[in-house]
Design a protein around this ligand. Sequence first.
Ligand SMILES: NC(=O)C1=CN([C@@H]2O[C@H](COP(=O)(O)OP(=O)(O)OC[C@H]3O[C@@H](n4cnc5c(N)ncnc54)[C@H](OP(=O)(O)O)[C@@H]3O)[C@@H](O)[C@H]2O)C=CC1
Ligand SMILES: O=C(CO)COP(=O)(O)O
Length: 316
Amino acid sequence: MTNLKSKIENPKSVVILGAGAWGAALAKLAQINGHEVRLWSRQGFETMAVVLKDADIVVSAISMKGVRDVASLVKSCPLSPEIIFVTATKGLDPQTTCTPSQIWQTEFPHHSVVVLSGPNLSQEIEEELPAASVVASKNLVAAHQVQLVFSSSRFRVYTNPDPIGVELGGTLKNVMAIAAGVCDGLHLGTNAKAALVTRGLMEMVRIGQILGAKPETFYGLSGLGDLLATCNSPLSRNYQVGYQLASGKTLTEILNTLPGTAEGVNTCRVLMQISQQQHITIPITEQVYRLLESEVTPQQALDELMLRDIKPEYNQ
Ligand SMILES: NC(=O)C1=CN([C@@H]2O[C@H](COP(=O)(O)OP(=O)(O)OC[C@H]3O[C@@H](n4cnc5c(N)ncnc54)[C@H](OP(=O)(O)O)[C@@H]3O)[C@@H](O)[C@H]2O)C=CC1
Ligand SMILES: O=C(CO)COP(=O)(O)O
């Protein structure tokens, strides 16, 4: 355990890849802790090689669609063997169904890869409101290094030894946040929302276990915590997608005006591929998918869920 009140004795050189909402918020968190921070964006003037020079920690806050390209660009640059990679992306690769950390680990098999995920709506972090998050890795020494970089009196960071569970918690909840937005957009009430989020969590655990996550991880900050944040906040872009679908807008109209990325849209499609390959029952995800594909209306999606076969709460 480390006493945070002691001043930072070992400032790191931190590179943040992606200058979107989350990259900018993470850069600010590391900067206020006294670390040297450089932000890379594909729209910036500095080359990746220049930005990465002497980096200790490289944080990817790129949206899922750019992760593969950015990881191979990083691979083409000279790198210290000591660099720790941190991934903060909450998505799944449509081509391979891999998580972002699996992509980074495959590209950099000799480096430590740490997942950072939690209930962290970037606007609240920018407003300096208190929040907590999780850093997870097979290498807990590396996770602790990253914990030190970001921990402060307003950002409390925990370590966790289940990177795939922590990563999937943050990724799968985006689909549930779309469903929660629909629920609120249809004014279905608090009971309906509680049922949706609870059954959604069970669905997340079911998928997560098959993909190698520990069930208990989903009851922590990166699972239940992020589910509560994004299913209840209009700041969540995924929630906004659902809310606006319920108000009759098309997905194209919504995405054209949405500020930033709603990863749940792509994640939902990838989860349908996974559920077909692995025969996993994911009724809520399936209805969100059908809604996104305009195969059902919000009301029809609700009816489909309510009229499924009745069954015991556990061991469906
Ligand atoms: N915002 C939030 O509250 C949180 C977001 N996240 C996750 O972080 C990730 C980023 O989210 P957020 O910052 O909000 O999204 P934004 O849409 O604000 O930013 C996305 C970033 O990814 C970059 N990017 C996208 N495609 C490429 C590409 N092909 N090559 C290089 N860069 C690319 C964008 O660059 P450009 O600007 O040039 O398009 C931009 O810097 C998502 O996976 C999200 O789920 C996680 C926790 C909190
Ligand atoms: O992941 C997030 C908060 O933890 C951000 O949610 P959205 O991507 O839905 O805005």
